[in-house]
Design a protein around this ligand. Structure first.
Ligand SMILES: [Mn+2]
Length: 501
């Protein structure tokens, strides 16, 4: 079951023992970060077994936190509410990520119905997809309270995340923009640095859809309407951060995850529609030419990203529900809340990656790689240099093109256990023969590359080598006990007097 808004999700978390309310006064400058950081690295609430795809790190995440008494604000602040597998699963309203992956696969399967019968069969699916689109309605709870001239960002419990940050940042908002030509809506999650009660910066990278929309307004010399949306259906933050192709609407995807279209309401002061179930909406315009030095910001890489000029956003209104809740998040040394959002994407995108690269049996973005630095790929190898082919394919696949290190392993290696991957890598690799270093685009946040966004990447073929892959001797067999002895020992375990299995 999907939840309709942040507060019903938080209530459900509380009932499930997944939320702590903090009644003591806490400071939004740094103190909330330190508490949330400790919580996210604590054992997961509920004590459930970790998922198979993350046996080692899946046991962490603590509880979601609701700070009810933040210094200088009357609005409570929620953090880490998505920061574990159980909470992420609840937010997405799915049994498990694999079940969700299957639903997504059905949605995108490029199957052309050939016969009339097929078409008839496909029809309910298409009607269902059509029903997931957003619906504009007359009024919305997110506008129960409206401030225009008296709008003031300093009323919100906006946090400063890390000591070296440029200031306070809104970190967990959906940024709503529209293409001025097509009217197509985009929702992205970009950080927002506060400068004045009614002025912020708008931080997006050049390849983000929000930046693309802004370039169009800039070319016309017009300011761009933009809404910063906090709260709403819990599927929204996931949809906003999912690496969807540019022409796939985040709101449609959110509606699909939600099981029903997201209801929107017209903003009060700008030409934009926002989710009726949002907690808080900040309306305003991004200036076409005016910029301000934004940053530094403690980023998901675990390092500060540098300050730089970004467009200025001016607030025209703040609307909110009665007694709103302000959601936020921090990023930093993993695991943080974003690890679970990323892992959900890893699982949901596996069938899509397999459509693109059929060789992939499974893959993992290990925690230490902070998403773009490392991917472990498992293949069922049948021909020489198949691992090289897979590397090239990954370096050509959407955002995975930025992967700085690829390790390809055989089908009997567990890609979700870094010890297992590194064991086979260290054992199977000849460092002259089995390594490919290539030049290419890297993440703009990568600080080691010689140029911003451009540098070298490494592919390591850790599979057993076969003839045709350079000078190769025969690889020995890996030690493995026979199945009948394994079963016998399991059966007789208590007899040995060695305690529980
Ligand atoms: Mn987009």
């Amino acid at each position: 079951m999907a939840y309709t808004d942040l507060r019903s999700f938080i209530e459900a978390l509380e009932q499930a023992g997944q939320l702590s309310r903090v009644k003591a006064e806490v400071d939004s400058i740094l103190e909330i970060t330190e508490i949330a950081d400790r919580e996210s690295k604590s054992p997961a609430a509920g004590g459930a077994a970790p998922p198979l795809f993350d046996p080692i790190h899946g046991t962490r995440g603590g509880r979601g936190l609701l700070f009810e008494n933040v210094t200088g604000s009357e609005i409570p602040c929620a953090i880490n509410v998505f920061g574990s597998y159980e909470r992420m699963r609840m937010a997405l309203g799915c049994e498990d990520f694999e079940a969700l992956a299957n639903r997504v696969q059905q949605l995108v399967k490029p199957e052309m119905p050939t016969t009339l019968m097929d078409k008839m069969k496909k029809l309910p699916d298409l009607v269902k997809i059509a029903g997931f689109g957003p619906k504009v309605v007359k009024r919305g709870m997110c506008q129960e309270v409206v401030y225009t001239d008296d709008a003031d960002l300093s009323r919100l419990p906006i946090i400063q995340c890390w000591p070296g940050d440029g200031g306070r940042y809104i970190t967990f908002a959906g940024i709503y923009t529209k293409d001025p030509d097509s009217g197509e809506r985009n929702v992205g999650m970009y950080r927002v640095q506060i400068f004045e009660p009614k002025m912020t910066a708008m931080h997006w990278h050049i390849h983000h859809d929000g930046a693309r929309h802004h370039r169009k307004y800039k070319a016309r010399g017009e300011k761009m309407p933009l809404a910063i949306v906090l709260g709403g259906e819990p599927v929204l933050p996931y949809a906003a951060t999912c690496p969807l192709p540019p022409d796939v609407s985040e709101l449609l995807f959110a509606g699909f995850l939600n099981g029903t279209g997201i209801e929107l309401v017209k903003c009060k002061t700008i030409d934009m529609e926002v989710p009726v179930n949002a907690e808080i909406v900040i309306e305003g315009y991004v200036e076409p030419d005016e910029t301000i030095i934004e940053g530094p910001f403690g980023d998901h890489t675990g390092f500060y990203s540098a300050a730089g000029p970004y467009p200025v956003f001016r607030v025209t209104a703040i609307t909110h529900r009665r007694n709103p809740i302000y959601p936020t998040t921090i990023v930093g040394l993993p695991p943080q809340e974003d690890y679970y959002l990323g892992k959900a994407t890893e699982r949901v995108f596996l069938p899509l990656l397999q459509m693109l690269i059929p060789d992939v049996v499974d893959y993992s973005l290990p925690m230490f790689g902070a998403f773009h630095n490392c991917v472990f790929v498992k293949i069922d190898k049948h021909y020489p240099y198949q691992a090289r082919k897979v590397m090239s394919s990954i370096w050509g696949a959407g955002q995975m093109m930025l992967t700085k290190m690829i390790v390809v392993v055989d089908a009997d290696v567990n890609v979700h256990d870094e010890q297992d991957v590194l064991f086979h890598m260290c054992a199977n690799v000849d460092w002259k023969r089995d390594v490919a270093v290539v030049d290419g685009p890297v993440d703009v946040l990568d600080h080691a590359s010689p140029f911003e966004g451009a540098g070298a990447k490494i592919g390591i073929d850790a599979t057993r080598k076969i003839p045709g892959e350079g000078q190769v001797r025969e690889y020995p067999e890996l030690l493995k006990m026979t199945q009948d002895i394994k079963e016998k020992v399991t059966r007789r375990w208590l007899e040995y007097g060695l305690g529980g299995v």
